[in-house]
Design a protein around this ligand. Structure first.
Ligand code: C2E
Ligand code: MG
Ligand code: MG
Ligand code: MG
Length: 280
């Protein structure tokens, strides 16, 4: 009897697996087409200086409209990484976002750009050259570009990854550790990479004012960052109370729905006009 049940369980499992495999294959094929059909877009989320409330940078975030359905990045970035499509996709995101931000800077708006890197992109041939080309083509100065990496990227090909990132740093590009505090290697990462910025993960920021341990940890990360001479960005700010506490802690910058949602380039155009007017 137990054998029979076990057999049925295997069948149910196999059916699930089959559906999952089919879905993944379809997704992979659709991704390929999506790149050719220009179904991807870049949105920009403003990052503000907490002391002055000025927008100092925008983070580029990829968007995929698969027909009329929005597919969140966490659903397609894994498959894009597995199929290698992440490499041409990332190159497109980089060029596109450098071009937009260079245009805003040409309107005498002093803002920077943050772009997320993927593990496979960093170890792809000509990665450093591609970044240099995107900068040269757009006219964006290297110091205006920050590349965001997460600790998981050091799990494989750590040596090569560190070498490539150091080469970029030598070009004058800035490096940030994204989702800081969530990986086991946070502090080791800081030691191995010439990092300029840490971005505190929303899982800490979410507890500000509500959870004593998370508040204490956030305060500790801010202090650690400052002691190391780094820019500290808090991510996922949704409530006014969080903003107040981060200001009081002396956190450098903030990002989150309360400050501004990710928006299309057109939205940033509007933001720029208001921002330039208010400083004129
Ligand atoms: P991330 O780099 O940590 O980006 C921040 C994510 O948090 C974005 O999600 C953003 O929309 C979301 N977010 C911002 N403020 C808030 C807030 O106040 N509350 C909440 N709940 N969420 C907030 P998104 O766009 O879905 O991206 C998820 C992740 O996918 C990113 O996390 C990044 O790891 C990856 N990703 C996004 N775009 C790209 C890209 O162009 N290239 C690569 N390689 N990865 C990307
Ligand atoms: Mg990021
Ligand atoms: Mg993050
Ligand atoms: Mg993330």
């Amino acid at each position: 009897r137990s054998k029979e049940q076990g057999g049925r369980r295997v069948e149910v499992f196999a059916a699930h697996m089959h559906a999952d495999v089919v879905r993944r294959l379809e997704l992979a094929a659709d991704l390929q087409r999506a790149l050719l059909d220009r179904q991807f877009a870049v949105e920009f989320q403003p990052i503000v200086d907490l002391a002055t409330s000025r927008v100092t940078a925008v983070e580029a975030l990829v968007r995929w409209w698969r027909g009329s359905a929005f597919v969140p990045p966490h659903e397609f970035l894994g498959p894009a990484e597995d199929t290698g499509l992440i490499v041409p996709l990332s190159e497109w995101i980089l060029r596109e976002s450098c071009r937009e931000v260079a245009a805003w800077r040409a309107s005498s708006w002093d803002i920077g750009l943050s772009v997320n890197l993927s593990a496979r992109q960093i170890t792809a041939p000509r990665f450093v050259e591609t970044v240099a080309e995107a900068l040269a083509e757009s006219g964006l100065p290297p110091s205006a570009l920050t590349l965001e990496v997460i600790e998981e990227m050091l799990v494989e090909d750590a040596e090569e990854t560190i070498t490539r990132l150091s080469e970029l740093r030598n070009l004058g590009v800035r490096l940030a550790i994204d989702d800081f505090g969530t990986g086991y290697a946070s502090l080791a990462f800081l030691r191995q990479l010439p990092v300029d910025m840490i971005k505190i993960d929303p899982s800490f920021v979410s507890g500000l004012g509500r959870d004593e341990t998370l508040s204490l940890l956030t305060r500790t990360i801010v202090r650690l960052g400052h002691d190391l001479g780094l820019i500290v960005v808090a991510e996922g700010i949704e409530r006014p109370e969080q903003l107040e506490l981060l200001r009081e802690m002396g956190c450098t910058r903030g990002q989150g729905y309360l400050v501004a949602r990710p928006m299309a380039a057109r939205g940033v155009d509007t933001l720029m006009r208001t921002s330039l007017q208010s400083t004129a």
